[in-house]
Design a binder for this molecule. Sequence first.
Ligand SMILES: Nc1nc2c(ncn2[C@H]2C[C@H](O)[C@@H](COP(=O)(O)OP(=O)(O)OP(=O)(O)O)O2)c(=O)[nH]1
Ligand SMILES: Nc1ncnc2c1ncn2[C@@H]1O[C@H](COP(=O)(O)OP(=O)(O)O)[C@@H](O)[C@H]1O
Length: 252
Amino acid sequence: MLRNGTASVRNDTDTVRGVAGYKWRMAKLFRAVIMGPPGSGKGTISERIAQRFALTRLSSGDFVRENIAANTDAGVLAKTYIERGLLVPDHVMTRLLLPRLEEMTRHSWLMDGFPRTLAQAKALNSTCDLDLVISLNIPYETLKERLSDRWIHPASGRVYNMGFNPPHVQGRDDISGEPLIQHDDDKPEALVARLRHYKDMAKPIIDLYKSKGILHTFSGTETDRIWPYINSLLSTKIPSTSQTDTQRIPMP
Ligand SMILES: Nc1nc2c(ncn2[C@H]2C[C@H](O)[C@@H](COP(=O)(O)OP(=O)(O)OP(=O)(O)O)O2)c(=O)[nH]1
Ligand SMILES: Nc1ncnc2c1ncn2[C@@H]1O[C@H](COP(=O)(O)OP(=O)(O)O)[C@@H](O)[C@H]1O
């Protein structure tokens, strides 16, 4: 259920009476979060989930970049932190993200990159009821190998790995043909600190979702081997019409 003042849609099957006396059944919506350390495959798996289950894929990093590009107040503020390699403060992130989620009353979605702190998890919790949280548990050595081989198309956020999913033309984005770049913080020396930071921040969030009974953890070294488990879990959880907002059906 989205719980802001204006938007309010039950996050379960609901019926409303429409014009001309039809009853409409609101299809059940599905809201999920994917968590994991840097390089754990959140982006790669989110993309697969979004395609397979027709969910809207949301990325906090994309929201931040959009706001920076559009010069919104929150974007201008966020930029000052990102330029210093810092996380954006909780109150700025929630100001950026929660109104967008509240607009998505008719969509099923999967969020990548938020919440990253317990305060964010609590703010999200007060806005909507999550159905499921996926947590990826990937060994450090695997993360190190993957990230040292990761190339990004900065404008779109498309991600490549020279072994796993290389671009068609080396060093170039498949869609735009623009050059790919490597992030400094994907280098091994920065990675140890990033992973430690992730563990510290994620633990209370994971505990929270565990206590709510919505946490599902997947461990392994290869996305292709983890994916079938995620796929079969979601197949049991996501209604086939997840993206449909309403269906007109005869009701007794
Ligand atoms: N070799 C190998 N590479 C993989 C596998 N799964 C994903 N990758 C690659 C794609 C990327 O280059 C890199 C990291 O994957 P993602 O960008 O999907 O990870 P994530 O979104 O968690 O990272 P982030 O939080 O954005 O730093 O590893 C795999 O099973 N094997
Ligand atoms: N939930 C969040 N809390 C705080 N800052 C965030 C959050 N999500 C994104 N950001 C900011 O936006 C930047 C880009 O995010 P993202 O694309 O997820 O990249 P990365 O995985 O490299 O951190 C982050 O480095 C951080 O400064």
